[in-house]
Design a protein around this ligand. Structure first.
Ligand code: GLN
Length: 482
């Protein structure tokens, strides 16, 4: 078993016919974990006993001729802001360190029903706030491609675990780019679905109007297989769409002939690293040679996306994180004299500096006197950003952009300047503000050999076209050419 074949698409048929056992796949994964994890630190918790019993159950069902689910025996990493019943769910925060989830997130119950194997809970920036996984309360994750560099974030543990071969698939969450940006930095595929496509029940809330769970994988096909399992209506999440779920694997190989692909000029200007710009232009021209029609488009409100995102995300976070006060969840400060002191000390001792900064920013933006000036204004700009996309998708089927302005940066490089860290999200946050799907697919390497992704955006519920275009990019193998 080598890593090139280490995909769900290759393994599931072999597991079904009995030529490979789920427990063999798991042995390979754990051998890699023992070798890589001490260097990479992708996991907050490795659930070897659970994984082994799940893998044994798959092997037993197959030996007895019983039916198994579509991800039978596939090892998956789970971002540690998703609840898995009976296990710790920390959000990489000291404040939730002792918290044990009393129920399964909907995506987790669906993965159990699909017979996936849970390898462990992956590291993240505390409460998913960050772009490097350095904001974890339990130590940073390193990029397996270059251990001096960050894997991106906030789903950095999930991306690094896949890139290092420590799992085959992973779940991430994306509020402003947290699936797509680490996918780009680690040379894998990451998809943020349309807002409402995947139930958020059991995902610890950061910014509820932006959060979305999505698949991370080595290949576009694997991402589609995972989306097939997790997407769809859920009685436990009233914001989850009741629309039927298509089979996302169908039509993947249809190519780009006849598709109109928009190239927004705002995304290829100043601030984009030259190697990424030239690499993406090459891929885009090859798309044209394959029969796509390239359309020069404009998304005029793009320059306001970062400011708008950081107002809305922090406002919602300040409300969502109010519940961590020592009363009901997780950590409570010791030796307190009264209720006020308990709240104050629990929150001061439990939250890390970035989370505190965001709670303060959000509380400020929502406070009377500033509410209209900041929060309401940001909501208006959010509408303009959505309208930009609506007019663009009247002319094109999908939009091609960079995922990130640069490749993976060094650990510590941006930790002292939060604004520099926020700017990493410049190309990803608009999709969350507009609620549209976006994928990052490997599209090349810079002169130091570091990978970068192409982002493909589609209209709401346009996952099929987004996956199809990403698959066409993947077919060119742009990340492998020297
Ligand atoms: N990097 C962005 C932030 O810090 C996005 C995080 C996310 O998508 N969870 O908010």
């Amino acid at each position: 078993m080598n890593n090139a074949n280490f995909t769900a698409a290759a393994l599931v048929p072999q597991i079904l016919e009995g030529s490979v056992r789920a427990t063999d796949v798991l042995d390979t994964v754990f051998a890699t974990i023992r070798e890589q994890e001490p260097r990479v630190h992708a996991f907050l918790q490795v659930t070897e006993d659970l994984a082994r019993s799940q893998a044994e159950q798959v092997d037993r069902k197959i030996a007895e001729g019983k039916p198994v689910g579509p991800l039978a025996g596939i090892p998956i990493g789970i971002k540690d802001n998703l609840c898995v019943r009976g296990g710790r769910t920390t959000c990489a925060s000291r404040i939730l360190e002792p918290f044990v989830a009393p129920y399964d997130a909907t995506v987790i119950s669906r993965l159990r029903a699909a017979d996936a194997v849970f390898v462990g809970k992956t590291n993240l920036d505390e409460f998913a706030m960050g772009s490097s996984t350095e904001n974890s309360g339990f130590g940073a994750t390193r990029n397996p491609i270059d251990l001096e560099r960050v894997p991106g974030g906030s789903s950095g543990g999930s991306a690094a675990a896949i890139a290092a071969g420590m799992c085959v698939l992973a779940l991430g969450s994306d509020t402003g780019g947290s699936i797509r940006q680490p996918a780009s930095f680690c040379g894998i595929v990451g998809l943020k679905p349309t807002y409402s496509r995947v139930s958020r029940f059991g995902l610890v809330a950061f910014a509820s109007s932006l959060d979305q769970i999505g698949p991370m994988a080595h290949t576009v096909r694997d991402a589609a297989m995972l989306l097939n399992v997790i997407a769809g209506a859920d009685a436990n999440d009233s914001t989850c769409s009741p629309d039927p779920v298509p089979n996302y694997v169908e039509g993947l190989e249809d190519g780009v002939r006849g598709l109109r692909l928009g190239v927004p000029r705002e995304y290829f200007g100043e601030g984009l690293a030259p190697d990424i710009k030239s690499g993406l232009e090459k891929v885009i021209h090859r798309m044209e040679r394959e029969g796509a029609e390239l359309v020069d488009i404009s998304l005029p409100h793009a320059p306001y996306a970062i400011g708008t995102y950081y107002l809305i995300a922090t406002s919602e976070a300040s409300a969502n994180l109010a519940r961590y006060d020592g009363v009901k969840y997780g950590f409570r400060a010791k030796d307190v004299k009264n209720l006020g002191e308990m709240y104050r000390r629990t929150r001061s001792e439990g939250f890390g500096p970035e989370v505190k900064r965001r709670i303060l920013l959000g509380t400020y933006a929502l406070s009377s006197g500033y509410y209209d000036q900041f929060y309401v204004k940001a909501q208006k700009v959010r509408t303009l950003i959505s309208q930009d996309f609506e007019s663009a998708f009247a002319k094109v089927d999908a939009i091609l952009t960079p995922t990130t302005p640069d490749t993976a940066f060094k650990l510590g490089e941006k930790t002292s300047d939060p604004l520099q860290m926020y700017l990493v999200d410049i190309y990803t946050v608009s999709a969350n503000l507009a609620g549209i799907p976006g994928i990052s697919v490997p599209a090349g390497r810079d002169r130091s050999g570091l990978p970068f992704g192409m982002q493909v955006l589609g209209p709401k519920f346009g996952e099929p076209v987004v996956l199809r275009v990403a698959r066409a990019v993947e077919m060119l193998r742009p990340g492998e050419a020297s």
